[in-house]
Design a protein. Structure first.
Length: 181
């Protein structure tokens, strides 16, 4: 018998001084049985880092042809494709062809570095691709904040990120491995 997803409710307040974006999003997030709490929290962090009124969580890990998060224009055009992990070169190529902007948040410490070493040269032609690494230390700390019902406050300033849940605060330092343009 297949396991069911676990539902998490998150009130995500974003204060992004870098983009002048200040908003609260009430999100219901399904954690796939094979997904860790670290990855779930990374999805919420990626949402906060790209927060926009049209940004949406997708089916994510349970589908191959959708990113974890996307943003569509009012006319249905795919403006932003956000993927987590270490997608194949084929997936990167396809997503860069479908969306105006693509952001990959990789994580996993040494495995992420090995993936990037292998993939880096194959991505130079994609001007709409950004690759951002989240350290293993940061994803571990994020995973420890996970709660089935949580109020997250994410403050972003000068590309530094402060995440707080209840009375716990962690600082995340995303490292840009590839910039768009």
């Amino acid at each position: 018998m297949a396991q069911k997803s676990t539902i998490y409710k998150a009130e995500l307040s974003v204060a992004d001084m870098d983009r002048n974006y200040y908003e609260t999003h009430n999100l219901t997030v399904a954690k796939h049985p094979s997904e860790t709490e670290e990855r779930l929290m990374l999805r919420l962090l990626a949402f906060a880092l790209n927060a926009h009124e049209q940004l949406e969580m997708t089916k994510g890990i349970s589908t191959d042809d959708e990113p974890d998060i996307w943003q569509k224009s009012l006319s249905g055009e795919l403006e932003l494709w956000v993927a987590l992990g270490q997608p194949s070169e084929k997936i990167i190529r396809q997503s860069c062809g479908k969306a105006k902007a693509v952001v990959v948040y990789c994580y996993g410490g040494r495995t992420a570095q090995m993936w990037w070493d292998k993939t880096q040269n194959k991505t130079t032609r994609f001007d709409n691709l950004r690759v951002i690494n989240i350290s293993e230390q940061d994803t571990t700390a994020l995973g420890q904040l996970a709660n089935r019902s949580m109020k997250l406050q994410v403050n972003i300033q000068d590309s530094e990120v402060m995440v707080s849940v209840d009375d716990k605060i962690i600082y995340v330092s995303p490292e840009e491995w590839k910039s768009a343009g």
